[in-house]
Design a protein. Structure first.
Length: 610
């Protein structure tokens, strides 16, 4: 019997690393990543005509605080999340400069942003599945390596082809960081306390989203744009050092052959290829090619058929499916995942088209555009953290989903009235409301997706949440772009102007800013405003739909057992455990006839350790 096995068997209660200085409790402390003691399985009606199991009530709910090891894991994941969000948003205000520097077309420039989002979305579920088999830190390390290589390629790129390769590699890494950060949190933090600590992770993501557009605007210069990517390298280096140093999570033992045999290769191939085809069609349909063009229809039809085939195979053919049918076992799960998809779509479309509005209609510089996003992005951080603490304290989250969608729908609807004369104070207040709405839903929907999951499915539920949010982000820009172009073209025809302006709307910004304050420029700006109004109306309708669907979500308890096969290796806690057992053994040996099993196990543990 090894020390690790003994710890797993005795499962002491989980507290922080400072616990040795606290009064002795009736339950011994447990190593992180195990099922907490006193978590007796109870059944509770969840409101969806199915029974939840593994619930806790009253005094069964243990207090939980992260120890040093778990704290460093959280810090590392927050740093990586900051890096990924910075990379995703720094492009927003520097894209036009990069396109011009590489002599790329508007379509190629569009793919600099879209390729990243597409790869992030389609690789997430399979990456999470691989981590279940290979291990969390091992998979996370590989994804950060991919992100680092992609960043270097983007920084040195002198052609659009190399830039797109780099962005795809960044997408693999970025998607892995996003999904594995959430999955690792589900491994180490009980669900009741998870919203509070995930709020920190999402706060780091929001911070990157705040400074990204500002940094992108500052480097939006023909001689400085490569620094948009160079600034990522210190984050990459820190991550590559921190992962093996701090993220010490032990997976179940298995040989390489056993691990490879468990991977759902067929399901992964079907899903990634089908989702890629579907997203490509959605991304360029109505923009690069008409919806009825074969270049749009072929990948769209093949993508839909492939996704259907994937679902059938995962349900009936896969030995160890990476897309679990059990995630949708109750009706509330459907509402939660639809809301997650819509929020990803609405949020990223707004982060793309609101800066676009400032540059095209307000004629702001890239730097000023980045600063103008601060009202929405700065409110995301406190809203996410506050709602996380509130959910942990009350155990309720439906209120946050409802209020979040009300605020998001209201603020998005108000943007429909924006024009060139909209006062700064007006749009700033509306963006503050929008930021609070998104901040509430970011944390609440994540918690809800895990609350409705079956015992042992929380990690997969996190994966589905992250995938659908990113899937919505990838679709949001493409679909909104189609709406923008169609509405703007219609307005240009009415004004007697060439519709090609709408086809290359981003590239035309340079021409627009070089015009004097002439009637022609005012007319073109009027067409831009119409396009933006079309996008904002579309996003308002989606937010309103999500609000209605959210009203039908039923409450599910978050006082659930922490069940995971991936356990934190905490040397400090093991050493303290040895110390406590050795003390008890000494006392037993001092009293004749009182040598206990505990003392014998302690001697065996020390012998094994030596």
């Amino acid at each position: 019997m090894t020390a690790t096995n003994l710890l797993d068997q005795q499962a002491p209660q989980h507290t922080s690393s400072s616990a040795p200085q606290q009064p002795e409790t009736t339950e011994p402390l447990s190593p992180p990543g195990t099922v907490l003691p006193n978590m007796r399985s109870k059944e509770h009606s969840d409101g969806d005509n199915e029974q939840q199991t593994g619930l806790l009530k009253g005094t069964d709910i243990p207090k939980w605080k992260p120890n040093f090891t778990e704290t460093m894991i959280m810090v590392t994941l927050a740093l990586l999340s900051l890096m990924v969000s910075l990379d995703a948003t720094v492009i927003v205000t520097s894209l036009s400069t990069i396109v011009q520097a590489l002599n790329a077309t508007a379509t190629q420039g569009f793919w600099i942003g879209t390729s990243y989002l597409l790869v992030v979305a389609v690789t997430m579920p399979f990456t999470a599945s691989i981590s279940d088999i290979v291990g969390r830190p091992q998979t996370l390390f590989v994804t950060v390596v991919s992100f680092t290589v992609g960043t270097i390629l983007c920084a040195v790129a002198r052609s659009i082809g190399l830039m797109l390769v780099g962005r795809c590699l960044q997408g693999i890494g970025g998607g892995g960081v996003i999904i594995l950060s959430l999955v690792i949190f589900s491994d180490i933090v009980p669900l009741r306390f998870r919203p509070q600590y995930v709020g920190v992770l999402q706060g780091a993501w929001a911070l990157g989203s705040v400074i990204g557009p500002i940094i992108g605007g500052a480097f939006a210069h023909p001689n400085r744009w490569r620094w948009v990517f160079y600034i990522m390298l210190p984050f990459c280096g820190t991550g590559l050092v921190s992962i093996p140093l701090f993220i010490r999570i032990r997976r179940p033992e298995a040989t390489l052959k056993q691990m490879l045999s468990r991977v759902d290769w067929i399901g992964g191939f079907l899903f990634i290829s089908s989702a890629t085809g579907f997203l490509i069609a959605i991304s360029w349909g109505g923009t690069s090619y008409p919806w009825h063009h074969w270049r749009t229809l072929v990948p769209l039809i093949l993508g839909v058929l492939g996704l259907i085939a994937t679902m059938v195979y995962e349900r009936y053919g896969a030995k160890e499916a990476f897309l679990r049918h059990s995630l949708f076992h109750v009706k509330s799960a459907h509402g939660i995942y639809i809301g997650t998809f819509v929020q990803g779509l609405v949020l990223y479309a707004q982060l793309y088209y609101i800066p676009f509005f400032y540059e095209a209609v307000k004629l702001y510089s890239p730097l000023r555009t980045g600063v103008s996003l601060l009202p929405i992005l700065l409110t995301l951080i406190p809203a996410s953290v506050i709602v996380g603490a509130a959910i942990t304290r009350t155990g309720k989250y439906l209120w946050a989903i409802a209020i979040g969608w009300v605020l998001t729908t209201l603020a998005t609807g108000l943007t429909i009235s924006w024009d060139r004369g909209t006062h700064t104070a007006v749009w700033a207040v509306e963006l503050i409301i929008l930021g609070f709405g998104h901040g509430l839903n970011l944390n609440a929907l994540n918690t809800a997706s895990q609350a409705v999951s079956k015992p042992g499915d929380e990690g997969r539920a996190v994966g589905m949440y992250a995938f659908l949010r990113s899937f919505g982000m990838a679709i949001g820009v493409g679909v909104s772009g189609s709406v923008f172009q169609n509405v703007m073209k219609s307005k240009l025809r009415d004004l007697g102007l060439p519709t090609e302006i709408a086809t290359n709307a981003e590239a035309y910004l340079l021409v627009l800013k070089q015009m004097g304050d002439t009637p022609e420029r005012q007319t073109v700006i009027e067409a831009y405003v119409s396009g933006f109004h079309g996008v904002f109306a579309f996003l308002t309708a989606l937010a309103g739909l999500a609000l209605i669907i959210g009203l039908f979500i039923r409450h599910h308890e978050i006082n659930k057992e922490l069940i995971t096969e991936h356990k934190v290796v905490d040397d400090a806690r093991i050493s303290w455990r040895h110390s406590r057992q050795s003390s008890r053994e000494a006392l037993s040996l001092m009293t004749p006839g009182t040598t206990t099993n505990s003392a014998m196990q302690s001697r065996e543990m020390v012998a094994e350790q030596v």
